[in-house]
Design a protein around this ligand. Sequence first.
Ligand code: ZN
Length: 157
Amino acid sequence: MALSKLENLYRQMILEHATHPHHHGSLEKADQDIELRNPTCGDVLTLQVEMKDGKVSDIAFSGSGCTISQASASMMTDEVVGKTPEEIDKMVVAFSEMVTGNESDDVDELLGDAAILAGVAQFPARIKCATLAWKAIYRAVKTDDKKSTLGFLRHDE
Ligand code: ZN
């Protein structure tokens, strides 16, 4: 596929996720309820997570924001259901590295559709929009004794 066609396809997928986000709404019974903001863009995200047997069993998000923040949240929620906190940590690291231009070979495997957001690396002003939902899930499944090794998370704490 020609690069321009691929880029169009990615743009369509991003718009589709932003217009019809997956797991949008709220949960009746959430184990974690986290609200994060990205003041540089005005994105607001509330993430609710339900855990069962040490894995994410259900997830929902609400809030408002730009296309990238909404699409990223929609893609993230698709990918983390059924995953353990340890698996999610790896995904968050891979995602944050990818959008800052350090894409590893296994991003497609680790991140599924969310790997198409790699192009955000070309738009530094959009990186925080893309990472907002991933910061939220990282915090939602964070264990008490876990120390963040991620620059963007350390920065906030
Ligand atoms: Zn944004």
